[in-house]
Design a protein around this ligand. Structure first.
Ligand SMILES: [Cu+2]
Length: 317
């Protein structure tokens, strides 16, 4: 038989209060701990009225099935962490109250506790294993690609803007059928349809950039040279305008490297593409389908590239 713990009774003369006092203290500590748990549960319940804003933890709602899976993983991980946290805080506060100093008596000296040591070794391994399992499942789903996406768009990054090429196939050998190019004056608008799978093929003209639309909850590095990073979304679920950014520090004007994702209906997307292929400008093609011709989520930044005005008072605005 294995001893559960080894306790060394202090030799000091016990000057404990009446036998009933310890029991009363224990009950009071239990009530305090219960109150703490109840308060935490009530807080979660009350803020749970709007689960998405209470448990969003800073993440926007996704607009793709993939992003919703990542969102769910993130929220579930946060809630699991909170549950563990509340449990640990509860134990700490319970110990602080239950075993607080009472007079000069030396408390029981516990040297080891096998079940407890077994628990706090196994529990973290189990938690990490469960987190790893769900992360691997969601990641595999998010990065999977198919052989026949509905739309293929080539994302070309360069210092410090974007070009979006609509392609007639996959890979470097496919042809560009229409193109959107950003300039210092005009934010490039990437027009894409709802309800269709979309393949993004990324390439860079110079340094490493990163294609990021926060509402897709996803970013991927855009590499120069022969590396062609590819990812797909199985559909874009809500029409609208979403800001896009470069998420890799790529040089002086990295912060200015914005674009806009404009999600439209499949019919309007076909009309937009036909207008572009017919020689219309991006702004005219957008107007022809009843969309705002210029970006509405971001604006071109004043780069002042020709002025030597760095570090001068009043230069920033
Ligand atoms: Cu960049």
């Amino acid at each position: 038989m294995v001893a559960r713990s080894s306790e060394v009774r202090p030799t000091a003369v016990r000057r404990s209060a009446s036998p009933g006092a310890g029991g009363r203290r224990g009950r009071r500590a239990g009530r305090l701990a219960g109150l703490g748990f109840g308060g935490a549960a009530l807080l979660i319940l009350l803020t749970g009225c709007d689960v998405n804003s209470a448990f969003g933890f800073g993440w926007p709602q996704g607009i793709t099935p993939e992003s919703r899976r990542m969102y769910d993983l993130w929220i579930a991980s946060c809630i699991a962490a909170l549950v563990v946290g509340v449990f640990v805080w509860g134990l700490i506060f319970w110990c602080v109250v239950r075993y607080r100093k009472r007079g000069n008596e030396l408390p029981v000296q516990t040297r080891y506790n096998l079940p407890m040591e077994f628990l706090y070794t196994i529990a973290p391994v189990l938690i990490v294993s469960v987190l790893f399992y769900y992360t691997a499942v969601v990641q595999t789903d998010v990065v999977k690609t198919t052989s026949n996406p509905d739309v293929t768009v080539e994302v070309v990054a360069f210092k410090w803007n974007w070009q979006f090429n609509y392609r007639d196939g996959q890979g470097v050998d496919a042809n560009t059928t229409a193109s959107v190019l950003g300039t210092s004056e005009v934010i490039p608008i990437l027009v894409l349809p709802t309800d269709r799978s979309i393949r993004f093929e990324e390439t860079s003209k110079d340094v490493i950039h990163s294609f990021w639309v926060p509402e897709m909850l996803f970013k991927r590095d855009v590499m120069p040279g022969n590396i062609r990073n590819v990812f797909e979304v199985s559909s874009l679920e809500s029409e609208g305008a979403y800001v896009g950014r470069c998420a890799e520090l790529c040089g002086s004007y990295h912060a200015f490297m914005n674009f806009e994702l404009r999600v439209v209906s499949p019919e309007n997307f076909d009309r937009f593409l036909a207008a572009k292929q017919g020689g219309a400008s991006t702004q005219d093609a957008l107007t022809s389908i009843g969309e705002e011709p210029y970006a509405v989520t971001t604006r071109p930044f004043e780069t002042r590239r020709t002025e030597h005005n760095f570090n001068q008072a009043g230069a920033g605005s």
